[in-house]
Write a protein that binds this ligand. Structure first.
Ligand code: DX5
Ligand code: ZN
Length: 216
């Protein structure tokens, strides 16, 4: 299992001052930043696009873990590569040739991830697990921060963790949505190693301690 990582979601920061959000993540001693890209079509909300990612890039060395909640993620691979994303994760439910999009992400020099919604059969990820280095199991329906964790997602996490073991694979297993110390521990027990936290991270009184506890 890869080493545990916390990836705070910028979605929960002040959208009028993302640079401050980035500093907050750095001050907590973390290495990853999760960036949620929403098109108002694949999900019922709009967040921000590649220009924001490009403008944040010179401010930090944080690993940009970009989560595309887009109907046509294939159309935006080049833009996010140019913006300086290190990693692009696309949804299996979106309207694209998933294998081709994953290949395009890797050809553009980024790491590729495959994501699934809480009500998606995790078996749908099986054809892609040998070509990605991250599988993202959503623990809320994507679109908004601050939602309650959906416990039935634990089964999918366990399924993907078992699959990773049986293949001898080393992809990261990321969880995203409603992650706090309690739900994070449940996900870790099920096999997750990469924890996106928006609301719980930004609201924590001591963010570095929160992150340490989440990965302890
Ligand atoms: C939801 C996003 C998440 C979200 C998590 O659509 O993919 O990354 O920001 O936020 P919290 O931790 O508040 O549930
Ligand atoms: Zn996300």
């Amino acid at each position: 299992m890869p080493s545990a990582v916390v990836a705070p979601s910028l979605l929960a920061a002040n959208h009028g001052d993302f640079a401050q959000g980035v500093r907050t993540v750095e001050e907590a001693g973390l290495q990853w930043l999760h960036l949620d890209i929403m098109d108002g079509h694949f999900v019922p909300n709009i967040s921000f696009g590649p220009q924001v990612v490009a403008d944040l890039r010179p401010l930090t060395k944080l690993h940009f873990d970009v989560h595309l909640m887009l109907t046509n993620p294939d159309r935006f691979v080049a833009a996010f590569a140019k913006a300086g994303a290190e990693r692009l994760t696309v949804h299996v439910e979106a309207d694209h040739d998933v294998a081709l999009t994953i290949a395009a992400i890797k050809n553009a020099g980024m790491s590729a991830g495959i994501a699934m919604n809480p009500d998606t059969d995790p078996q749908r990820l099986l054809p892609y697990l040998d070509s990605v280095d991250l599988a993202l199991c959503m623990t809320v329906f994507p679109g908004f921060g601050g939602q309650a964790f959906i416990p039935s997602a634990l089964k999918s996490i366990q399924f993907l963790a078992d699959e990773r073991t049986s293949r001898g694979a080393s992809f990261r297993l990321e969880v995203d949505g409603g992650i706090n110390l309690d739900t994070g521990r449940q996900c870790r027990a099920a096999g997750a190693d990469t924890f996106v936290a928006g609301t719980a991270f930004f609201k924590a009184a001591d963010r570095s301690s929160f992150a340490r506890q989440l990965t302890a």
